[in-house]
Design a protein around this ligand. Structure first.
Ligand code: ZN
Length: 179
């Protein structure tokens, strides 16, 4: 679902400051067009592929919901300290980045979608929606995407892992010792 500024979802009231998110209760990806403008104007991450990456990351969360990964993480987090729960969130988010990379891999191989500079656009967007940026924007509403996402370096690493391997098995961010 596309929105600008405000949207109502089963996950709470969306605000343009919150950026894009996936709401598992609705099984929908919410894409804030205001956030796309911010990517372009404030974070120097313009381009169609930057936008595609954002969608692919959120669809990655949908895949996690279909695979039951999201539910497992959610249940585990309830039993953990805040710090440990955040660490699990990071692994979930980095896996969504890796899934976005898988999408880019196949978009390139099978449909020849990628143009010169596209991967750079995605990486620029990836760093723009890293923790630092998003948490600065979070303003106290329900913000599923304001949780800890991992550092810019980690996000780029996992996007590239998916991109290079094109395969879900390479995205096991939960077992790896080196995030
Ligand atoms: Zn995410």
């Amino acid at each position: 679902m596309l929105f600008t500024d405000v949207v109502k979802s089963a996950c709470g009231m969306g605000q343009s400051a919150m950026g894009p998110f996936y709401c598992s209760a609705d099984q929908r990806v919410f894409i804030d067009l205001g956030f796309y403008n911010e990517l372009k104007n404030r974070h120097n991450a313009p381009g169609d592929f930057a936008q595609a990456y954002v969608i692919a990351h959120e669809v990655g969360h949908h895949v996690q919901a279909l695979k039951g990964t999201a539910q497992k993480v959610h249940a585990a987090k309830a039993r953990l300290s805040k710090e440990e729960a955040n660490a699990l969130s990071v692994r979930l988010e980095l896996q969504a980045d890796c899934y976005a990379g898988i999408w880019a891999h196949h978009a390139d191989r099978t449909r020849n979608l990628l143009e010169t500079g596209d991967i750079e656009e995605a990486l620029q967007a990836s760093s723009a929606i890293g923790d630092d940026t998003l948490q600065r924007q979070a303003q106290g509403y329900v913000t599923p995407e304001s949780f800890t996402h991992g550092s810019t370096v980690q996000r780029i690493k996992w996007f590239k892992t998916g991109l290079n391997n094109g395969d879900v098995a390479s995205c096991d961010t939960f077992q790896t010792k080196a995030l």
